[in-house]
Write a protein that binds this ligand. Structure first.
Ligand SMILES: [Zn+2]
Length: 310
């Protein structure tokens, strides 16, 4: 039912970019085709449902995962078409139908999604089958959760984006996974490291065994920040200042969230060969992906999903 479709991606003219470091990384592992996210397409009824997939995560053999696009849903207007937010003004029934399509495309149960409650914290919550449906089919009962971890098969960890950075974690040895939302606030507080610590504490995960992906999000060229944000990053990552910030000289800076998350994960003990960093920017590709910056806030949400196979 699901087939790879690089052709589909060519048709969509997706702009790909690599940071210099990531480029070096890609060259070093050039014999491996698993560094960048690729297009896949599922058939949902008669509808083509494209999504992005990480070969590195796929190769673990123990998970189902995806990063969604604007295509394949039923929402209209600025939510066109696969909006996954119930709280930005879209019709409830349309968003529910969109989730039905994600569940079919991914081959997971509609009743087993478990949502974050993203407020730019570094709070990571362990969830299990008892939490199934929270956020979608029933009340969450928790708030301020930006990361989810589990070791139970079937639970679909669910996080939401429109420029912020998704972080995926798969620990094959301990049969455990994690998924975290890392915007600039999460990144400067090292959400990737915090999530790995939670997995170590709860499941005994060792960072050197964990496979990890930094998902589609805003690139350095598109991400201008002010002096206060830049200074927080300089303070937290003093030796990487030149790599992660471009000083525009007018009190504004271009911040590289991809490279910063790569640094955080490598420093936390992830092996370079177990790490896949996106080359796809949500803002450069705002016709294909929802971008908060590109749309000035008039947008829906994309979703990152991760689930242990039964
Ligand atoms: Zn960009």
């Amino acid at each position: 039912m699901i087939e790879e479709s690089q052709e589909q991606y060519e048709k969509m003219k997706l702009t790909r970019k690599r940071t210099q470091k990531a480029l070096q990384h890609a060259i070093k592992y050039a014999d491996r085709a698993d560094i960048a996210p690729i297009w896949k397409t599922a058939l949902v009824g008669t509808v083509q449902f494209p999504y992005l997939s990480y070969p590195l995560l796929e190769q673990t053999g123990i998970v189902k995962h995806c990063f969604t696009t604007r295509f394949g849903g039923v929402s209209k207007g600025m939510f066109e078409s696969l909006n996954l937010s119930f709280s930005r003004g879209d019709e409830h029934a349309a968003v529910e139908e969109n989730f039905h399509r994600v569940s079919q495309a991914l081959g997971v149960d509609y009743g087993k999604f478990v949502f974050t409650d993203q407020t730019h914290t570094t709070n990571v919550k362990r969830v299990c089958l008892e939490d199934a449906g929270k956020g979608l089919t029933r009340e969450r009962g928790y708030s301020d959760v930006d990361g989810l971890i589990t070791n139970e098969a079937g639970v679909v960890l669910s996080t939401f984006y429109a420029d912020c950075v998704p972080l995926y974690f798969v620990d094959v040895s301990n049969h455990a996974i994690g998924l975290s939302h890392s915007g600039w606030r999460g990144t400067v507080r090292r959400m990737g490291h915090v999530t790995l610590e939670a997995m170590r504490r709860e499941f005994g995960s060792k960072p050197e065994e964990v496979v990890c992906a930094v998902g589609p999000s805003i690139c350095q060229d598109c991400y201008e920040v002010g002096k206060e944000v830049a200074e927080e990053f300089i303070q937290e990552f003093p030796s990487y200042r030149q790599e992660i910030l471009k000083d525009k000289g007018n009190g504004k800076y271009q911040l590289d969230l991809w490279r910063t998350n790569e640094i955080i994960l490598l420093e936390a003990g992830i092996k370079p060969e177990h790490l896949s960093v996106t080359d796809i920017c949500t803002c450069c590709n705002s016709k294909i992906l929802f971008s908060h910056r590109a749309s000035h806030g008039k947008r829906g949400n994309l979703g990152a999903f991760l689930c242990l196979k039964p």
